[in-house]
Structures are given as structure tokens and as C-alpha cells.
Design a protein around this ligand. Structure first.
Ligand code: FAD
Length: 292
């Protein structure tokens, strides 16, 4: 379908962008890479009167790595993450997950801020943000607020963003070099949205036991979710085949995905267990025996 008729503006500063959004009281919409918004417009799932193109705002396409963590500007694209060789060491889980996002053309345009604001429950970036306790910096007419990813997403395509607010950046906490981690997802074709995906990481204490386990899942609920019971069951234990099998079973029971046009909920639930086994086996360098 053709796009609806609408106006377009491309502000030069953040202040101008926010003032424009505020002046239109919900009738204006930010556009970044356009990779989610353009299809939404074409399908009439969004009908703004004005598009506010943030593509020229300065400083929003920076990737900063420091002892305090990793800051990804809202306009950082998937391609920039993929090309930044520092990130493979500074945050290997992020790099591994983003490698699964979409196809070549979309990766050149799609942005971190766009993905977070769009809030697709199967998207990788929100999944990593929730798994890693990331925080978002959001700016609007009432000033700046720092919002944890755990409270930013309200549901399928829903967030706490007000119509006059912009995501400016996402901060991931610092990554410990010796940390164990894994990411796996299943999609019908490479580049498609994941049917289900699992991200996990943990540290190993001096006794060789797991500590600070984080496990997040995408594609099973109306937003990315943490499997806190699985995290508790991992902490204090030594990784091995039995533990991995046990927590994979726990994970299957911890999710209740709905049926949809792509798969039955039961299929996705089984995927969560299978993918978590793979992720934890690769994180711990453990060879899992073939299932009987
Ligand atoms: P836009 O489309 O420009 O905007 C999306 C929404 O975010 C809009 O509501 C817009 O108003 C809002 N917005 C944008 N930037 C900001 C900001 N800074 N502050 C506040 N609001 C903002 N994504 C995945 O994660 N995994 C996939 O496997 C995947 N596969 C895809 C396959 C196809 C065929 C297509 C078309 C897309 C796919 N995507 C996938 C989505 C893609 O990654 C998008 O680029 C991304 O979700 C949105 O980023 P964008 O910059 O294009 O946002």
C-alpha cells in the first residue's frame, strides 16, 4: 500500500526535535531508520500527521566504551555494532545477539533507539537490554529521565515513552572479561524475527560455582522476559549436564507463550528449553549427550 499523506521535518537539534513533538501533541512521530515505521505506515497501523526525522541529530550515533559500561547512541545501527571490533571483546553477548537481526539492507538502516521504541517482543536489542540490566536515557520537554529496561517495556509495541520523548541512548553495564555467556535463537529463515531466543550469562566464583546468573528470553510473551527462577537455580551451582537439564526443564515451565500464526505456544515452550540447554552448554564448554 502507498504511504498515507503526511508532513515531514528534519530538525537539526535535540531541543528542536522535542519542541516539534510536543507542539503536535501525539500527532507527530519520530522516524529513525524507518525499518519498522515505514511498514507500519503502509499498513495503516500508524497514522501520524508529521514525521520528525532524527537522522541528523548530532552525537546520537556514538558507541562509547569505558569502565562504566557501554553507551549506544539511539542512532547506532546494527551495521555499526557489527563493524565495531571493540564490541566483540567489550560485550560479546551484544555482538552475538545483534548478528541475528534482520537482513543486510535493514541492518544498514535499523537503529538501537528505533528497536527499543518499537518494542517488538521478539527483537534482540530489547532482549539484551532486559537480560543485561541496561538503562535508557530519555529526553522530553520535562527533562531527562533514566529508565531501566526492566520497566521500559509495557507490552507488545508498548513502552513508557511519552509522545514528546526521545530515546537518546542505552547504557549496558560493564562486562567482566572472564564472564561465561551464550546466545541462541530459532527463526524460520535467517534474518527473520526470532520465533524464540535465549540470552544468558554468569560469572564463576573462586569455588567454581555460578554466580550472578542472568537469563532472558524473547518471543514468548508480550515483551522480553527474565527467567528469575532459572537464574536462582543456577546461582551457587557448578555447571554440568545434570544442572543444565534441570534448569532447561524449569525454563519450559516458566513460560506460557500464546499460540499464534507462526507456532503453537507448546512449540515455543519446547524451544526455550532446547535453546537454554545450548546456550548454557556453550557458556560452560560442556558437551551435552545426545537426547535419548
Ligand atoms: P523506525 O522504523 O524509524 O521507528 C520505529 C519506532 O520507533 C517508531 O515508532 C518511531 O517513532 C520510534 N523511534 C525511533 N527512534 C526513536 C527514538 N530515538 N526515540 C523514540 N522513538 C523512536 N528487528 C529485530 O530486532 N530482529 C529482526 O530479526 C528483525 N527482522 C526484520 C525483518 C524485516 C523484513 C524488517 C522490515 C525489519 C526487521 N527488524 C528486525 C526491525 C528492524 O531491526 C528495525 O530497524 C528496528 O526495529 C527499528 O529501528 P528503526 O531505526 O528502523 O526505527
Amino acid at each position: 500500500m502507498k504511504l498515507p499523506s503526511l508532513d515531514y521535518t528534519c530538525p537539526a537539534t535535540l531541543t528542536e526535535a522535542i519542541a516539534t513533538l510536543a507542539a503536535h501533541d501525539g500527532a507527530a512521530k519520530v522516524i529513525a531508520g524507518g525499518q519498522s515505521l515505514m511498514p507500519m505506515l503502509a499498513f495503516r497501523l500508524a497514522a501520524p500527521k508529521l514525521l520528525v526525522d532524527i537522522g541528523r541529530l548530532p552525537d546520537l550515533n556514538r558507541i562509547d566504551i569505558s569502565d562504566d559500561g557501554i553507551d549506544l547512541g539511539a542512532l547506532v545501527t546494527w551495521r555499526m555494532i557489527e563493524r565495531d571490533t571493540r564490541l566483540a571483546r567489550a560485550h560479546p553477548l551484544l555482538a552475538a545477539a545483534i548478528a541475528h537481526v534482520a537482513h543486510y539492507q535493514i541492518r544498514n538502516r535499523g537503529t538501537v533507539g528505533g528497536s527499543l521504541a518499537h518494542a517488538d517482543p521478539a527483537a534482540e536489542m530489547p532482549g539484551i537490554a532486559v537480560t543485561c540490566d541496561a538503562v535508557l536515557t530519555i529526553v522530553g520537554t520535562n527533562g531527562t529521565r533514566i529508565v531501566p529496561a526492566s520497566t521500559f517495556f509495557l507490552g507488545n509495541l508498548e513502552t513508557v515513552l511519552d509522545p514528546d520523548e526521545l530515546i537518546v541512548s542505552l547504557r549496558l553495564p560493564p562486562w567482566r572479561r572472564e564472564r561465561r555467556w551464550g546466545f541462541a535463537e530459532f527463526a524460520r529463515r535467517r534474518g527473520d524475527f526470532a520465533m524464540t531466543g535465549v540470552a544468558a550469562y554468569y560469572d564463576v566464583d573462586p569455588q567454581g560455582n555460578i554466580s550472578d546468573a542472568h537469563v532472558g528470553v524473547i518471543g514468548v510473551a508480550d515483551r522480553a522476559v527474565r527467567l528469575t527462577d532459572v537464574e536462582k537455580a543456577l546461582n551457587g551451582q557448578r555447571s554440568g549436564v545434570e544442572l543444565i537439564r534441570q534448569v532447561a526443564e524449569l525454563a519450559r515451565g516458566a513460560v506460557d507463550p500464546p499460540d499464534d500464526i507462526h507456532a503453537e505456544g507448546a512449540y515455543r515452550r519446547e524451544l526455550v528449553g532446547v535453546l537454554l540447554e545450548r546456550v548454557l552448554a556453550s557458556a560452560g564448554d560442556i558437551a551435552m549427550p545426545e537426547a535419548a
